[in-house]
Design a protein around this ligand. Structure first.
Ligand code: SAH
Length: 414
């Protein structure tokens, strides 16, 4: 099949030359023989080559660019891209840890690994693939096979049950691509902590891999908290809001400092896995001294804590994505503000707030402004101790600011 040709309007080629991977319909002058879900060549108004990518007329992002060089997209091309991505992960910290067999790591981070629409995460000897666009969906079986050959995998499961696919005219899709008998849970090790991951039913591909470094950061904070606290602390009171399967709560227990965690999440299944994860690590979930698991709406729970005058040493706020696009920014901002305002109200003098937004539409600057607004209304004072982001296995292409969806602040509160 001959490749379609997309001609860009005069004056609209700059973002493409600057290697932004998306082309919207407004920048397109003419299309010739472009087939949805197939490769296209992108040229400027004088017919000079600009890029090669794939086409979907049904998507707002009509072209996603795979290369800015005039080269064919072959199996070898994909092999080479996969090798590059794997190489990065082998030089970053997590791959040099001893528990290679139970590693959990993002291997392919879509646009940020220059492979738009494709995510592949590793959970021990299973790989979970997410196809976010029509072209990737069409070729997912072949891509899974090429990837498996390169990395030496024999088990790949698909978890393409994400909303963004609807914008590509696709339905959700899950199931085996390579291998058989998906286990109910897969045991992974992250920083000496064991977690059970359910790749078939868990959120995203099963686990919030992007928070690994921040869970480690919390563990470090817990370790030095007792020394920096204003009062004598026998046991650190930690409130883990939007706890999912307990990640932040469990990582805080690994240090040996006595901690009591209240894990709050709306999902019963997530809390069940959280309890199981506490037990897996021998932090007994039955022991009221260790942890509580509360199924509740976190907005309501925070209001309840404020009303009851409860106080915590450390509060984690890791809500789901509130803004899915620019139109939702105002509403999302109000949500973040409400959460952060009430969190400030229940933090002990000298305590900490670790607060996140994973909304791509909310920039780091805006997020900091929202948190500042919440602080001002709370009448408290705070210092930024750290700016937080996703870990090293979630690189961000410098040409693709949209890739920086996870942003957070570690604040000391007075
Ligand atoms: N911090 C977690 C990931 C949190 S993901 C980790 O490190 O693994 C967001 C979680 O918020 C999901 O588990 C989801 O079930 C939960 N959630 C979404 N809306 C909620 C609400 N209004 N109240 C309570 N939990 C909510």
């Amino acid at each position: 099949m001959s490749e379609g040709i997309i001609t860009i309007k005069k004056g609209r080629e700059k973002p493409i030359r600057n290697q932004h991977p998306w082309i919207f319909s407004g920048a397109i002058f003419r299309t010739e023989n472009a087939v949805d879900g197939e490769l296209v060549t992108v040229v400027d108004h004088q017919n000079n080559f600009l890029a090669r990518g794939y086409w979907n007329s049904k998507s707002q992002i009509q072209v996603r660019i795979l290369t800015w060089e005039d080269e064919p997209i072959t199996d070898e091309w994909w092999e080479n891209k996969f090798e590059q991505a794997i190489k990065l992960r082998s030089i970053i910290r997590i791959y040099s840890e001893p528990n290679q067999e139970q590693v959990a790591c993002r291997i392919i981070n879509a646009e940020n690994d220059f492979l738009p629409g494709l995510i592949i995460d590793q959970y021990a000897d299973w790989y979970v693939l997410q196809a976010l666009t029509l072209y990737i969906d069409k070729y997912k079986q072949k891509l899974a096979e090429i990837f498996a050959d390169v990395i030496g995998a024999d088990q790949v499961y698909e978890r393409s049950d994400v909303d963004v696919r609807h914008r590509e005219g696709l339905q959700e899709s899950t199931g085996l691509l390579i291998g058989d008998d998906v286990p109910e849970v897969i045991e992974i090790i992250e920083s000496d902590t064991v977690y059970n991951v359910d790749i078939r039913n868990g959120h995203k591909t099963g686990f919030y891999l992007d928070q690994r470094e921040n869970r480690d950061e919390l563990a470090r904070l817990v370790a030095f908290y007792v020394d920096t606290a204003n009062d004598d602390v026998d046991q650190i009171q930690l409130l883990n809001l939007f706890s999912y399967t307990g990640g932040f709560g469990i990582s805080a227990h690994n240090i040996g400092t006595p901690v009591h965690t209240v894990n709050v999440d709306a999902s019963y299944e997530a809390l069940e896995l959280a309890e199981a994860n506490y037990n897996l690590n021998d932090f007994s979930s039955d022991d009221e001294q260790t942890a509580a698991f509360i199924q509740a709406d976190c907005f309501d729970y925070l209001h309840h804590c404020v009303d009851e005058g409860k106080l915590f040493d450390i509060v984690i706020l890791d809500p789901p994505k509130f803004a899915h696009n620019k139109r939702q920014i105002d509403r999302a901002s109000r949500g973040y503000k409400d959460l952060n305002l009430n969190a400030f109200k229940i933090i002990r003098e000298g305590g900490y707030l670790m607060t996140f937004s994973c909304s791509g539409a909310i920039s780091r600057d805006l997020f900091q402004k929202i948190v500042f607004g919440a602080l001002a209304d709370s009448g408290r004072q705070a210092q930024i101790i750290q700016h937080l982001s996703a870990g090293d296995d979630h690189p961000i292409a410098l040409t693709f600011p949209e890739g920086e969806y996870l942003k957070g602040l570690l604040l000391r509160v007075f």
